[in-house]
Ligand binder design. Structure first.
Ligand code: ADP
Length: 391
C-alpha cells in the first residue's frame, strides 16, 4: 500500500512516499520557496537527485507537480493507489493525543490552535486542503508534534502562573518534536529488547528538546507552550528568567513582536557567539580560538547536561540516553562533552565509536552504567506508520 508523508512549512513542502508495511521509501523530495520568487524542487528517486526550477504559486501547485512526478517516475500509475496521506502538524494543543483522520472539526481545531504555532499550523491546513483537492480519495491524517507529550501529568505541564492563564488562554507545556522522541524511544526499546524502560531522548537540532520517557510514554519534555523553552538552541534562548522580558522591553521600547524575534531568532548559540546559529560554525570558531564561540558551546552543553540530570532524577534512573537530529547525530564533540559531563552518573563515553555521523551506534563503553546511543530520527516514517495503521 502506498502512503505519502507530508510536512508543509509556510513556504515549503517536504514529502516521502512509502510502500507499506515494508517501510520502503519509493521517492522523496522537497518544494522550496513556494509563493516566493526563485522557487524550485528537488526529488530523490533510485539514489538519484533531480532539481527543477519552476514557478510554485502555492501549495496546491506543488501538490499537482508532486503527483505528476509520481506518475512520470512510475511510482504510481493511478492516483487511487495512494491510500493515505499523513500531514505533520506542529501544534495539537490538548485536543489531540494521537494521530487522527482529518475531518472539518479537526481542521477547525488546528486552525484555532494557530495562535500557538503561527508559522506552522496555517501552513499545514493549506497543505491538507491542497492534498484533499488533488488526491480526493486518499485518507488524510494529521500527526501532531505535541501528541506524544500529552501523557504528562498536570503538575508537570502547568506553569506556576495565575491559574486563569491556563483556563482562559491554554497556557501550559505542550512540548514539540514528539514524533521524533516517540520514534527514537520505540527504536531504543527494540534495541534494549523490552518496553518497560526509562529513557532520556535528546533531539538536538537547530531546534532542540529533551524528553523523559517511561515505558514508552512521555513523562516530561523540555519545550513548553512554544518551542522556545528548555535547551539553548541555534537561535532560541531556551529557559530564561521571564522577568528579563518586561525589563528589556521597558529599557529598549521593543514591541512584543520585536521581543519575540529577539528570543527566537537572535538568541541561543547565535546570540552568545555573535557568529552563527549553526553548531558547525561554532565548532569552527572554537578551532580558530573565538572565545565567544567557546562560551556559547559551554552554555549549550551545560543546559543539555542539566536536563538529562533532572530527568534522571525524575525517572529514578535511566536505561539509555539517545542522541538524535542534526547536532545529536552529527556532532561528535557535542556528544562527547555531554557524556563527559555525565561521568558522575557512571556514563563512560567510547571515543572511537562516538566518532561517527548519522549512524545508529552505541557510543559508550560496555562498563558505562548508562548506555548512550545515536539513533537517527525518522519523523516521516513515523507519520507513514500512523497513517498506514489508520487506513
Ligand atoms: P531542524 O530540523 O531543527 O531545522 P536539524 O535537526 O536538521 O534541525 O539540525 C540542523 C543543525 O544540525 C544545524 O544547524 C547544525 O547546527 C547541526 N549540524 C548538522 N551537521 C552537523 C555536523 N556535521 N556537525 C555539527 N553540527 C551539525
Amino acid at each position: 500500500m502506498k502512503i505519502l508523508s507530508v510536512n508543509c512549512g509556510s513556504s515549503s513542502l517536504k514529502f516521502q512516499m512509502y510502500e507499506m508495511p515494508e517501510e520502503k521509501v519509493l521517492i522523496s523530495g522537497v518544494f522550496e520557496r513556494i509563493g516566493i520568487e526563485g522557487s524550485f524542487y528537488t526529488i530523490k528517486i533510485n539514489g538519484e537527485k533531480i532539481k527543477k526550477e519552476v514557478e510554485l504559486k502555492d501549495h496546491k501547485v506543488a501538490f499537482e507537480i508532486l503527483i505528476d512526478e509520481l506518475k512520470s517516475n512510475q511510482v504510481v500509475k493511478f492516483l487511487d493507489e495512494i491510500k493515505g496521506i499523513g500531514h505533520r502538524v506542529v501544534q495539537g494543543g490538548a485536543y489531540f493525543d494521537k494521530t487522527v483522520v482529518v475531518d472539518e472539526d479537526v481542521i477547525a481545531k488546528i486552525d484555532e490552535l494557530s495562535a500557538l504555532a503561527p508559522l506552522h499550523n496555517p501552513a499545514a491546513i493549506v497543505g491538507i486542503r491542497a492534498a484533499q483537492e488533488v488526491v480526493p480519495n486518499a485518507v488524510q491524517t494529521v500527526v501532531f508534534d505535541t501528541a506524544f507529550h500529552q501523557t504528562m501529568e498536570e503538575e508537570t505541564y502547568l506553569y506556576a502562573v495565575p491559574y486563569e492563564w491556563y483556563t482562559d488562554y491554554k497556557v501550559r507545556r505542550y512540548g514539540a518534536h514528539g514524533t521524533s522522541h516517540k520514534y527514537v524511544a520505540l527504536r531504543a526499546n527494540e534495541i534494549l529488547g523490552r518496553m518497560n524502560t526509562k529513557l532520556i531522548t535528546c533531539h538536538i537540532g537547530n531546534g532542540a528538546s529533551i524528553s523523559a520517557v517511561k515505558d514508552g510514554k512521555c513523562v516530561n519534555t523540555s519545550m513548553g507552550l512554544t518551542p522556545n523553552a528548555g535547551l539553548i538552541m541555534g537561535s532560541r534562548c531556551g529557559d530564561i528568567d521571564a522577568t528579563i522580558v518586561p525589563y528589556i522591553m521597558e529599557k529598549t521600547k521593543m514591541s512584543p513582536k520585536e521581543m519575540d524575534t529577539a528570543l527566537n531568532k537572535q538568541s541561543g548559540l547565535l546570540g552568545i557567539s555573535g557568529v552563527s546559529s549553526d553548531s558547525r560554525d561554532i565548532e569552527e570558531g572554537i578551532h580558530k580560538g573565538n572565545e565567544r564561540c567557546l562560551l556559547a558551546q559551554k552554555m549549550y552543553v551545560r543546559r543539555i547536561i542539566d536536563y538529562i540530570a533532572k530527568y534522571y532524577v525524575e525517572l529514578e534512573g535511566c536505561d539509555a540516553i539517545i542522541f538524535t537530529a542534526g547536532v545529536g547525530e552529527n556532532s561528535a564533540s557535542t556528544r562527547r562533552e555531554v557524556m563527559d559531563g555525565l561521568k558522575v552518573l557512571g556514563v563512560i563515553a567510547d571515543p572511537d565509536s562516538n566518532n561517527v555521523r548519522g549512524k545508529e551506534t552505541l557510543i559508550t563503553t560496555s562498563d558505562s552504567k548508562i548506555p548512550c546511543y545515536i539513533i537517527p530520527t525518522d519523523e516521516e516514517l513515523m507519520i507513514a506508520r500512523d497513517t498506514y495503521a489508520l487506513v
